[in-house]
Write a new protein. Structure first.
Length: 728
């Protein structure tokens, strides 16, 4: 009856609790006031700035303060530049590479898609990834230490004296301490060394007299070795010890990911240097275009003055329509000179030639292109000076040998090397996934030594079970176990899917490589043909320029002798201006065409005397390495399993070619910049695969001064590019 009353009481309390919960759930929530709701809505819609935490507080000035102090840009309304920053292409390239934490692009990627911008830290980020990096993959083979301790207080009534050790009211203090060190070897074998220690104090009458409490301790040495699935150093280096079908992330895969990241970084540096060189020659053309426009404007101004003088005197040749015609020509060239100085801001990019390279467009004037070059080189966008190129474009004809150029492009293009690494990765994944088609058959073994005693450590007493550790060391209680464990999924559905998926991925990457090689041949063909076309256009425009200059001189002489019309003079001046611009445009196109051939061959970095190198380590790292070598002494012998590592790489990819034409690695030297380092290389005209044919440069007229001062039409204070009438 007492049990029935107790059961009814419990049911009644449970019913009350459930009803209370239901009643509470049905109670409507209090209505929030209108003012409170508005307050929360305003907080949720606020746009706030994050609190920045400087990684390196020792930096003296944040970058945003330096950028905020940038002076106003140069324009037609500002005074002309009085200082020039004259740079060679080599100096420009060095500035760009040394000032570039981010490999800048002209398309605005850093603003639109900042995650897509490439930086010099990208290879290190991939390699240090704790999930997919090399160290992360190696960490799966690290030894693990585990320890736990638990303490229990038991006070219970039992229905059977057998479970209580002879009593139905058991009172017990129980403690357990477990410690183990486990490790997975490269062969897939799992080792574990464990220690278990238990303390048991209870009131069971069946205890040994005088042993109200006792310690039990034992050591286990366990091993599990896979015989089929997961066995061998090759599989474990490819897939890792914890791999699953389709989830392959071993040391080899992590190393290939690092090589892919290095190839991406090399492509970024190559494209960045190509953009810098393109912009450098764009600026050169902008200055030459300005020279031609200013010269044409000055010639038109001189013609207008003469016609205007005849117009004021009412003499023949000074008719009103002729004076207006000469004046219109002057202001036309004035407009072109203004646009050549300032430039029209278009898109700031260039038309791509195939997948890389880029062809010359000549968009923008001196100010616009100069700011574009400052953006790429990392210089302040405006500092009161104008960058002025000091190098001249190539004028000698280069003939590229097709066989050697084709061989270089197929062996040195970073895109092809990257795709081959991708194929190697897919091959490794396929090999690892095929291992999962085998059953999991493991051989297991365990050896155990036990100890039992009243105390855990010796306390001066005597007897076989005085303390557990002394009893353990006697070795009287030893156990061992050996066995086999077989596991396999019926049908291997997941394993077959992983293998098929890997086969399809490998087939895809091989097909992509084939198309990439075809694209490389196509791009190289276009680049070499473009170089030949560009040089032919240079010769044509040189002859055109010479003919236009002779025409201007002849027509001017005839006009002064009243044997030519004003239309002929003005037309000849326009033709000479157009011929000058076309000649310098052709020169720059030829220079960039030669550069694009080197790019398509995969030798652009060598052509610009650039190669990639890891930056110098801190001096303490070298000191630690020397100390470690002194401790180790002789190097450890290499195991046979290490000699049988999967074949992954064929060796270092050469970045330079020796004068004999053989591949050579760059010599070690101090690195000025963590991105690139310049080393002596062959001149551009003697680069591999090219041969100078015409050593004599093309004849051209002497270069005029950049930004020349125009003659004032009178003594009045008219500005060079002003809109006031040049006639008093």
């Amino acid at each position: 009856m007492r049990g029935a009353h107790t059961l009814l009481a419990c049911l009644g309390m449970t019913t009350l609790l459930v009803c209370g919960c239901l009643r509470h759930a049905k109670t409507p929530a209090p209505v929030v006031g209108e003012s409170d709701n508005t307050h929360y809505q305003s907080l949720a819609k606020q746009i706030e700035f994050p609190q920045e935490q400087l990684e390196f507080p020792e930096q003296p000035t944040p970058h945003d303060l330096l950028i905020a102090a940038t002076p106003s840009p140069m324009s037609l309304e500002t005074p002309e530049a009085t200082e020039y920053l004259e740079l060679t292409l080599e100096e420009t390239m060095r500035l760009a590479l040394s000032n570039s934490q981010v490999l800048r692009e002209l398309g605005g990627t850093v603003l639109r898609v900042p995650d897509g911008s490439r930086t010099k830290n990208d290879p290190s980020i991939i390699e240090s990834d704790p999930r997919f990096g090399i160290e992360g993959a190696l960490s799966q083979f690290d030894a693990n230490f585990t320890s736990n301790f638990s303490l229990e207080k038991n006070d219970r009534a039992l229905n059977n004296v057998f479970f209580g050790g002879g009593t139905r009211i058991l009172k017990q203090d129980f403690a357990t301490w477990q410690t183990q060190v486990s490790k997975t070897a490269a062969t897939g074998t799992q080792y574990a060394f464990k220690n278990y220690t238990q303390y048991d104090a209870n009131n069971a009458p069946g205890n040994i007299p005088g042993f109200g409490s006792a310690f039990t301790t034992w050591y286990d040495l366990e091993a599990r070795h896979p015989l089929l699935q997961g066995s061998g150093t090759r599989f474990n280096r490819l897939a890792g010890p914890n791999a699953q079908p389709g989830a392959i992330n071993g040391v080899v895969i992590a190393r290939i990911n690092s090589d892919l990241a290095l190839a991406d970084f090399e492509l970024g540096v190559r494209n960045f240097s190509s953009d810098v060189e393109n912009t450098y020659w764009d600026l050169y053309f902008a200055y030459r275009d300005l020279d031609a426009k200013v010269s044409a404007r000055n010639a038109a101004l001189d013609t207008w003055r003469r016609i205007h003088a005849l117009y004021e005197r009412g003499r023949r040749g000074g008719e009103a329509e002729k004076e207006a015609q000469a004046r219109e020509q002057y202001f036309r060239f004035e407009e072109e000179a203004q646009n050549s100085l300032h430039g029209k801001l278009v898109d700031g990019t260039r038309t791509n030639n195939g997948s890389t390279g880029g062809t010359f467009r000549g968009t923008g004037g001196v100010y616009v292109v100069e700011r574009r070059l400052r953006l790429l080189t990392g210089l302040p966008i405006s500092d009161g000076r104008l960058i002025r190129p000091t190098e001249e474009p190539l004028k000698a004809k280069l003939v590229f040998d097709w066989e050697s150029s084709l061989a270089e492009s197929l062996s040195r293009r970073a895109e092809l090397r990257r795709q081959k690494w991708q194929i190697k990765k897919r091959e490794a994944e396929l090999e690892a996934n095929r291992n999962f088609l085998q059953p999991s058959l493991d051989v297991t073994g365990r050896y155990r030594v036990r100890g039992f005693g009243k105390d855990l450590f010796p306390n001066g007493g005597a007897g076989q079970f005085n303390n557990a550790n002394s009893n353990l060391y006697t070795g009287n209680f030893q156990e061992w176990q050996a066995g086999l464990e077989l596991t396999f999924p019926i049908g291997y559905r997941q394993a077959y899917s992983a293998v098929r998926h890997s086969e399809l991925q490998l087939a895809r990457e091989q097909a992509v490589l084939y198309e990439q090689e075809r694209a490389v041949v196509y791009d190289l063909s276009n680049a070499i043909s473009e170089a030949e076309r560009a040089y032919a256009i240079v010769e044509t425009n040189m002859n055109r320029r010479m003919a236009a200059a002779e025409q201007v001189a002849a027509v001017q002489t005839a006009f002064e002798a009243d044997n030519a019309t004003l239309d002929s003079v003005l037309d000849a001046q326009r033709r000479l201006s157009d011929a000058d611009v076309a000649y310098y445009r052709a020169l720059v196109e030829y220079q960039l065409a030669v550069k694009n051939v080197q790019l398509e061959k995969g030798t652009l970095l060598e052509y610009n005397e650039i190669y990639l190198s890891e930056g110098a380590w801190p001096s303490k790292a070298y000191d630690d390495a020397e100390a470690l070598d002194a401790i180790r002494g002789e190097p450890l012998p290499t195991l046979d399993s290490e000699r049988q590592a999967p074949w992954v790489s064929r060796g270092m990819s050469p970045q330079l070619v020796s004068p004999s034409g053989e591949f050579a690695a760059p010599a070690e030297s101090d690195v000025d910049s963590p991105v690139t380092e310049e080393v002596p290389a062959e001149p551009a005209s003697e680069s591999p695969g090219s041969m100078p044919v015409d050593e004599e440069p093309l004849e051209s007229q002497p270069d005029e001064n950049l930004l020349p001062e125009a003659e004032a039409p009178s003594e009045s204070d008219n500005s060079e590019f002003g809109t006031e009438s040049p006639v008093e």
